[in-house]
Design a protein around this ligand. Sequence first.
Ligand SMILES: N[C@@H](CCC(=O)N[C@@H](CS)C(=O)NCC(=O)O)C(=O)O
Length: 199
Amino acid sequence: MKLRYSAASPYVRKVMVTAHEVGLVGQIQTVPTDVWGTADVQGDNPLGKVPALVLDGGEVLFDSPVICEYLDSLHSGAKLFPAAGGARWRALRQQAQADGIMDAGILARLEGNRKDGEKSAGWIQRQKAAVARGLDVFEQAVAELDGPITIGQITLGCAIGWVNFRFADDRVLDKRPALAAWYAKFSARPSMVATVPKG
Ligand SMILES: N[C@@H](CCC(=O)N[C@@H](CS)C(=O)NCC(=O)O)C(=O)O
């Protein structure tokens, strides 16, 4: 399998953490892809985004929830996507909430990178407020993160890691002590240590 890859992308990191956790990382060949500098990724993903996973037969899977669930289907160990019931919906909701934190954070960053006169302070503030609310809800319900590792925890770990990477000055964990304690433990997992964002 070939993975369209960027070392700075939190969505790519989700896929890589998943691959580490399920023992498949050795089967994935990463293809460094600069989505802003070249258009070649569009041949694999018409949306022009990473991650995109090119299967050995040529079929391409995107986006990160789909790729992660596919990888989880390839092994017979404990599943990261619970099969059914409340555990499944909780993990999927946590994944959506943490993906949304990434989405809003990236919108804020892209807006902040626009030229003076083009960028909207109001838009940046709106997106950062969404990040803050998403993190607050995790802080208030941190006990829901107990238990076996799921795609919800992986996505949250990657979301916090990316926010800390790109918005270090915001120190988002300083006012969220329960989440800070959870993240300190989760980010020590070998899968997280092996995939720290760069770029
Ligand atoms: N929902 C997608 C989001 C992927 C995404 O936005 N990736 C960014 C990199 S962090 C990208 O490729 N952006 C290029 C663009 O939007 O043109 C996923 O979960 O995989």
